[in-house]
Design a protein around this ligand. Sequence first.
Ligand code: GLV
Ligand code: GLV
Length: 323
Amino acid sequence: MKVFVTRRIPEEGLKLLERECEEVEVFEHDRIPSKDEIKRGLKGKDGLLCLLTDRIDRDVISSNPKLRAISNYAAGYDNIDVDFATERGIVVTNTPDVLTEATAELAWALLLAVSRRIVEGDRFTREGRFRGWSPTLLLGKELSGKTLGVIGAGRIGTAFALKARCFGMKVLYYNRSRNEVLESRVGARKVDLENLLRESDFVSIHLPLTKETHHLIDYRKLCMMKRDAVIINTARGAIIKERDLIRALRERRIFGAGLDVYENEPEVAEELKEMENVVLLPHIGSATLETRTKMSLLAAENLVKALRGEVPKYCVNPQVLKG
Ligand code: GLV
Ligand code: GLV
């Protein structure tokens, strides 16, 4: 088994690969490889371990007729042409589950940061502008008794929403299927997207990026939200139409936004950087030591199992395994 890894990941996974594979080539620079660099590394390999920043399209996949498995070091896999990989009998795996809590926690960190103007307050204090307690300084939004709207109630959306109980919030969710865990544990109510947007004080997105969810939240939808609502996105940037979000924030149609992801990463719109009521993070939802170590091991295990013809723990195109 020969594999190419597109970036140095935490060592646990690399060690596992080195133990199990005949050759492990790791892209040696600490930056995103170009398409040609990926194709070059992939030459003669059976397996690829890649990141969400690598676009694994038809062109890359077909550049190596030997390729049998692609292991994505991420839960989301919108960076990979899975249909094409499936056509060619290539197994595609991902790393959900191990990053659920880390991402749910980060969504709450963003929600609290926007609502209580934490980053703005930090800047204010560092700039030496704190002249003593004030009755009207940096007034924000309280969580207690408010309504939380969760768009997408999969693993992360569920973990996120379960924590709403600590804050005494009501929970609405929008999801294809019913989520009985949320209904029984936090009294959550399943609603359609428009009602969720109209009734929620805080909205958080936890969907995968697909053709159906691309630009799901546009200007019209943002205008359905309460004028003092907060929107949080830790999923994928393109689920919100970013130009429309900028317009809605400018026109004060909502209170603020907390973003960990962007439509054209790593580009961040200048307009967003200039707004005080927006908290911006560099896609760090899963960035805890614990989670990244687990992701590294899981991505390596998935790749080794797929190459051995065994069933990997998380496969996104299991039809290939059966065939
Ligand atoms: C992170 O965004 C992931 O999909 O793992
Ligand atoms: C705030 O610090 C208070 O004591 O009310």
